[in-house]
Write a protein that binds this ligand. Sequence first.
Ligand code: ADP
Length: 558
Amino acid sequence: MPLREDAVLSTMQDVPLTVTRLLVHGVQVHGRSQIITWTGEDEPQRRSFAEAGTRAVQLAGALRDKLGVRGDDRVATLMWNNAEHVEAYFAIPAMGAVLHTLNLRLPADQLAWIVNHAADKVIIVNGSLIPLLAPLLSKLPTVEHIVVSGPGDRTPLAGGTARVHEYEDLIAGRPTTYDWPEIDELRAAAMCYTSGTTGDPKGVVYSHRSIYLHSMQLNMTESMGLTDQDVSLVVVPQFHVNAWGLPHAAFMTGINMLMPDRFLQPAPLAEMIERVRPTHAAAVPTIWQGLLAELTARPREVSSLAQVTIGGAACPPSLMEAFDALGMRVCHAWGMTETSPLGTVARPPAHAVGTDEEFAYRLTQGRFPAGVEARLTGPGGERLPWDGESAGELEVRGPWIAGAYYNGPDAEPLRPADKFSEDGWLKTGDVGIISPEGFLTLTDRAKDVIKSGGEWISSVELENALMAHPDVAEAAVVAVPDEKWGERPLATVVLREGANSDFQALRAFLTEEGHIARWQLPERWTVIESVPKTSVGKFDKKVLRRRYAEGTLDVTQL
Ligand code: ADP
C-alpha cells in the first residue's frame, strides 16, 4: 500500500542485515573466542575468531584476485566441520558470492547433479575427501578451480581441467584488509540442497537477512541461549543446514566452537568431550544413541556437557531420560533445510517447570518463536485449531523460511504446489498437533504415517515405545501393504548385544508399558543389523520399504 503523503515516517536508519556484519563484529568484539578443531593428535588446533577473521579476509582476496570469483558466483565447500570451513562461511558471502555447502554423504551421482545445478565455479575440499571428489571431476564442467585444505593425497586431482590450489598457499602473505562491498540484505548468501529423499534435491538459498535474523533467534535464551562462556561441540555438519546456524550465531555472541572434523565416531567424540569440556552440543539422535552406547561401555568424565540440542528427527524419550541421568540436559528442537533450520525449541513453560508435566513438554518438538508463524491444514485443506488434538500438516511462514526453491540463474524460482500453499506458506510434510500454548507435537512425516483402515498410526510413537525396551538398541517402523487394512506397521528392530528376539514379549511390552492401542500393534516383525540411515543420519525408511517389497527381510508374522 503506498504511503499517504502525510504519513508518519520511521526515523530509524536503514542498515542492511548481512553476514559481513557478523564477521566484522565477531572479530572486533569476540576476537578471543576460539574455533577448536579436533585433529586426532595430542592437541586440537586452536584458532581465535580474530585469526580466523583475518584468514577469511585473505581467502576472499585470493578468491577474487587469483581465482576470479565475481558477483554471485557459487563457491562450494566439500568439508568437515573445522576452522577453514568457518573461514569459508564468512569470506564467501561477505565478498558478495554465494557459499554452497555440499553434503559429503550423498551418493556420487547426486553430488554431481547438485554441483552442476548450482553451477559451482570453485570447490574448496578437505584433503581427506579428495577420493570422493576426484572421480566426479570430469562430470563437473562449471568447476574451474579446486582449493585443497588439510591432509590427504592430492594426486587423484591431477590431470583434470580444473586448476588445483593449496588453501594455505593461496592465502599466505595476502593483504589482511578487504573493502567489503555494500550488500543488499535480500541477496543470496548461502545455499544448501535438501537430501532428495523424494525426487531431485531442491536448492534452498538463504539471504544475508535470513541468516542474520536466524542467528539472533538462535542466540535467544528460549532457543540455544549460548554466550562466550560456552564451548559448543558442533557435531551437526556444516553442510546440514549451516550446522543449524551455529557458526553464524557464534560470531554474533562469541560462542567458542569445538569442531570434530572427520572424527565423528562415538569414541573420539567421547574423548573430545572429556578433554576439551564443551558445555553444549548439537546433533541428530543417531549420533547421541551411539555416544550413549559408548559412554555406557566406557564411562568418561563428561559432566561439562550441560546442554545437548537434539533435532533433525524425533528424540526418543528413552534417549532423553538416559542423557538426563548422565547430567546432560536434552533440549529438543524441530526444523528443516527450508526453515534455516530453527522452527521450534522445546523449553518447558514456567508453569510446568519442576512439575510432573515438565518432561512431557520437553518431549514435544517445542514452541514457535515470534519469527515463525504456524498453522495446521487438514486433508481437505481446512484450517485446524491449536487445540492439542486436531492433527494436520504443519505449514509455516517467516523471514527465515523458504518461499521457493532455486531453479538456475536465469529461471524463475520453483514453487511446487506440494511444497508451497497458494498464499506462500511452506508445507512442511510433517503431521502433528499444536497445543493452545503453541507447543508442536509431530506424530509423523506425511509420507511415513501408516494408513490402516481409515485410521492413522504414528510410526514415531511405535518406535519410541519399542526403543524404551531394554533389549532394543534401535527400531524403525514402516507401512507395508495389507490386503485387509490397506497398510499395516512392520516393526524392524536392532537388538542390543546379547539380547534374543522375542517378538511376543515386545508386542506385550508395547501395550503394557508403551500404552499403544491393540489395533495399532504390529503383526509383522523382523530383526535387522542396523537401521539404514540417510546422508544426514536419519532413519531411511524408503530402504526398509524397498527391502520388504523385494522380500529380502526375514519377517515373522504373529
Ligand atoms: P530431509 O528432509 O532430507 O530429512 P531436513 O534436514 O531438512 O532434511 O529434514 C527436515 C525434517 O526432519 C522435518 O521435516 C521433520 O520431518 C524432521 N525433523 C526435524 N526435526 C525433528 C524433530 N525434532 N522431531 C521429529 N522430526 C524432526
